[in-house]
Design a protein around this ligand. Structure first.
Ligand code: COA
Length: 247
């Protein structure tokens, strides 16, 4: 009963649209799903697994929220809107956690035993986020909408993106992460440029050194440099041949 009271209070605290506990109790799908889960979990732990599953399947039908009866959920959790939320069998959720619609706390399909996430206290998991595998989401962290989180999340951080990356830690922007997408064509050009450069060096040819693939590259491009070099080489060869003819 204590947990149910805590869930009611959490809904009142976290939803700016909530007006009173009476309204939450009778109209909030997220609250209803958790309320029913408390009973399902009790039956599951008292060797009445079929009854537990029956309650869970009824909850899914009524609310669109699918919680495995074995999932361990502390009091004071709020599932806002809720439709499409899936919570797997070995999930553990701490207190004061906020979960929005479309969240999956699931497995990757690669693990056995404990294969679902553990969510510590005061975490917010935004709409559509997928948190997968037996990972730990540290307390006071936020998971951004639409993120796919596959690795542990340190406490007090914000994770966004696919795959999820820490963008804020202790309220400070984390800037040293390389979020650039690889560009294989540009990389290939960079490799070719390096080869051309080494050939030019071997032939002692001074030509265009500008390249978008090289950082800090200065545009010192002289389009006629190679032609001039070739012209000079031809002149030198011609004068050498003329000298040989004279002798
Ligand atoms: C992640 C979130 C909770 C904000 O957390 P925060 O700690 O305040 O982070 P910030 O807003 O400072 O954002 C940090 C960076 O992440 C980016 N970011 C935030 N949310 C993002 C998301 N879902 N996907 C990708 N990037 C995101 C921001 O643009 C910012 O990048 P920048 O510094 O380069 O501009 C919020 O953006 C979010 O996703 N809220 C969704 C809530 C929800 O589900 N509502 C449904 C109601 S029905």
């Amino acid at each position: 009963m204590g947990k149910i009271k805590m869930d009611l209070q959490a809904a009142l605290d976290k939803d700016p649209a909530a007006r009173n506990k009476f309204e939450i109790f009778f109209t909030y799908g997220g609250f209803k799903a958790l309320y029913r889960h408390r009973f399902a979990h009790w039956f599951y732990n008292h060797k009445m697994k079929y009854l537990a599953k029956l309650i869970a399947s009824g909850t899914r039908r009524k609310t669109g929220i699918d919680i495995h009866p074995a999932a361990k959920i502390a009091g004071g959790v709020f599932i806002d809107h809720g439709v499409g939320v899936v919570i797997g069998e070995t999930v553990e959720i701490g207190t004061n956690v906020l979960i929005y619609q479309g969240v999956t706390l699931g497995g990757t399909g690669k693990d056995t035993g404990k294969r679902h996430p553990t969510i510590e206290d005061n975490v917010m998991i935004s709409a559509g986020a997928k948190v997968l595998g037996p990972i730990l989401v540290g307390h006071n962290s936020k998971i951004g909408a639409g993120s796919v989180v596959l690795k542990d999340v340190p406490p007090n951080s914000t994770v966004v993106g696919v795959p999820g990356r820490v963008v804020k830690y202790n309220d400070v922007r984390v800037d040293d992460i390389d979020q650039k997408l690889p560009d294989p064509i540009l990389e290939e050009f960079a490799r070719l440029n390096k080869r051309i450069e080494s050939l030019e060096k071997a032939l002692d040819v001074k030509s265009c050194k500008y390249s978008i693939t090289q950082e800090n590259s200065v545009d010192e491009c002289d389009g006629n440099a190679i032609e001039r070099e070739i012209g000079e080489l031809e002149d030198a060869i011609e004068s050498k041949i003329n000298n040989l003819r004279k002798h």
